[in-house]
Design a protein around this ligand. Structure first.
Ligand code: ATP
Length: 361
């Protein structure tokens, strides 16, 4: 992409509520494009998910993978339906395949409490919650996926962490803490592990100590995962950036989404060095699909994350600024009394989308 070109975005709406939340996110991006000089998008929609599998027997066509390879970024709604399965009974999950195809090693899960949204945590409304959880997404306990051994007497799964993947993960996390510091955040990275029990995590602690001098303005600390879970519930405002092994991240990222009011508000990204997929934390929500009840906020905030990533990667300040504009518009929409149906209110997809667009003006 050169300075005058449009960012080419691969759009994979997917299944269930995926297309329902994707449409408002694209409307927001189009509005951003119309109001930001020098920022242009070219959207190309492509098939992926359970619907495509039902028609063709493949989770996504080769043309979708080629498009994702060529695009500047990938926006994904949600994929998979409980009623559509492979012969081994597992669900259709092209979003997981994309992680492996494009080596998307950092699962980035921001947990920011939008002012006005109720959190189950006492004091959160006053103190705020604004941290980013980074889940390693290519190894850890998940290195054992499909390789577990079971006999009548025992079952084994093996955790693997490697030096090069740990180094790139820590560099990525330290850099994110550094970027956040420039925006007035504390600039602190917490490594979450179980180093009191497993050697592998002590070995990773040494690697963090080796990497951190490259980022002198970032503070680091280390916390056992069990203590971390308690801290996240008691004092979530104390965290800035957290990084952890795949399985720990799988669990704590759902806890993080719970702290900020639910799945419809939790954006995410799977990032690698070249490619990145931006998608809400939630799944296809078949229980509410086609009813206009889905909250598109997580998808809209995922689109904002995409702009921030593009802005950083291509040194394009207008894209990074547009990301902040979307966040501010979401905050303004909720401050004006928006209450999504998932939080017991009456506002469905259209009302939320309209409120965010109005706030963008
Ligand atoms: P997956 O395994 O794909 O993550 P899941 O069934 O565990 O899927 P979701 O599809 O995310 O999880 O749905 C969990 C619950 O949250 C459902 O009751 C669903 O209706 C609700 N939910 C998820 N996303 C939204 C949203 N954007 N707006 C409103 N409710 C949502």
């Amino acid at each position: 992409m050169s300075a005058n070109d449009a960012f080419h975005i691969a759009v994979l709406p997917g299944d269930g509520i995926g297309p329902e939340v994707m449409a408002p996110a694209l409307d927001v991006l189009r509005r951003i494009e119309a109001t930001t000089p020098g920022l242009k998008f070219r959207f190309t929609e492509a098939a992926a998910g359970a619907g495509h599998y039902k028609e063709t027997g493949k989770s996504m066509p080769d043309s979708t993978i080629k498009l994702c390879e060529e695009a500047d970024a990938i926006l994904l709604g949600a994929c998979g339906l409980p009623s559509v399965r492979y012969p081994d009974n597992t669900e259709i999950m092209p979003q997981v395949e994309l992680r492996f195809i494009f080596d998307l090693y950092a699962g980035v899960r921001p947990a920011r409490l939008v002012p006005g949204v109720p959190s189950p945590i006492v004091g959160a409304a006053e103190r705020g919650i604004d941290f980013v959880l980074i889940r390693e997404s290519t190894e850890g306990l998940f290195a054992s996926m499909g390789k577990g051994v079971t006999t009548h007497e025992e079952a084994r799964e093996t955790l693997v962490v490697t030096r090069d993947k740990t180094e790139r993960l820590f560099d990525f996390s330290l850099r994110l803490a550094q970027r956040r510091k420039k925006r007035g955040k504390p600039g602190r990275l917490t490594l979450v592990d179980k180093a009191n029990v497993f050697k592998a995590f002590n070995w990773q602690r040494d690697i963090l100590n080796e990497r951190k001098p490259k980022f002198p303005d970032v503070k680091t600390d280390m916390l056992y995962v069990d203590a971390c879970a308690a801290m996240m519930v008691r004092r979530p405002w104390d965290f800035d950036v957290m990084v952890m092994e795949n399985m720990f991240g799988d669990i704590l990222s759902d806890l993080a989404a719970g702290l900020i009011g639910g799945l419809g508000l939790a954006p995410s990204a799977d990032m690698g060095d070249k490619h990145a997929v931006f998608q809400p934390c939630h799944g296809t929500a078949p229980d509410i699909m086609g009813q206009g009840k889905a909250n598109p906020t997580a998808m809209i905030l995922s689109a904002a994350m995409m702009l921030d990533w593009l802005g950083d990667k291509h040194d394009h300040p207008a894209a990074a600024d547009a990301s902040q504009r979307i966040e501010r518009a979401v905050d303004a929409a909720y401050a004006s009394g928006l209450k999504p149906m998932e939080l017991g209110g009456n506002h469905g997809t259209e009302a939320i989308a309209t409120a965010v667009l109005k706030a963008l003006n």
